[in-house]
Design a protein around this ligand. Structure first.
Ligand code: AKG
Length: 193
């Protein structure tokens, strides 16, 4: 007989088959809270284009970014702004959910599915917690050694926490999805100041 009161495990699920941990928690914000956070971040964050050098060219992306953190800085390399109250609330929710503490946050704004982010791994070996708001987008991992790929769809309010060997052994990217017309904001909370 089915036990209606059986304990259900609502803990995270590691989506990587080996060499690293990418814990998927699903939506950690109720729909209304996620809607409110998305609208506030769209208008209140000091968004700037991302810029980098690739193959001798200076690239300015349509995707926008912003850094916030415990140690504000106006260095030409990276402008880090002090935490606004909403970002602190989101940071605390993420910290309570995954059990790690964070010192900074990189936000990415994809205005539509025309914009994405190419293959890369993050610089830090410490946990990186990724909170998604807005349009559902594909998030793809590729193993650096055997080239195995796997993907997950990240939706409004979802949390994914990458830790352990993940950045050493896997690349990740957000491919363009031309069918997506709505914006998405991703927040990656990090332990680097
Ligand atoms: O938008 C995302 O889900 C990924 C962001 C990312 O890879 C990064 O900030 O390094």
């Amino acid at each position: 007989m089915m036990d209606l009161f059986a304990h259900e495990d609502f803990g995270p699920r590691n989506i990587l088959p080996h060499s690293g941990t990418a814990n998927f928690f699903g939506a950690i914000l109720p729909r209304e809270g996620a809607d409110r956070a998305l609208a506030s971040l769209m208008s209140d964050i000091e968004w700037r284009n991302d810029e980098y050098h690739f193959a001798g060219k200076h690239i300015v992306t349509a995707r926008k970014i912003a850094w916030y953190g415990d140690v504000p800085s106006q260095s030409s390399k990276r402008r880090v702004l002090p935490w606004p109250p909403l970002l602190l609330d989101l940071k605390e929710l993420v910290e309570r959910t995954c059990g790690h503490q964070f010192q900074s946050c990189l936000l990415n704004l994809y205005h539509s599915g025309e914009e994405g982010l190419g293959w890369h791994s993050d610089g830090e070996k410490t946990p990186v917690a990724s909170l998604s708001l807005g349009a559902t987008r594909r998030f793809v991992f590729k193993n650096k050694t055997d080239k195995e790929t796997l993907e997950i769809r990240l939706s409004h309010g979802d949390l994914l926490v990458m830790e352990g060997e993940t950045q050493d052994d896997w690349l990740h990217r957000v491919p363009p999805m031309k069918s997506v017309k709505n914006p998405r904001i991703n927040l990656t909370f990090r332990q680097t100041a």
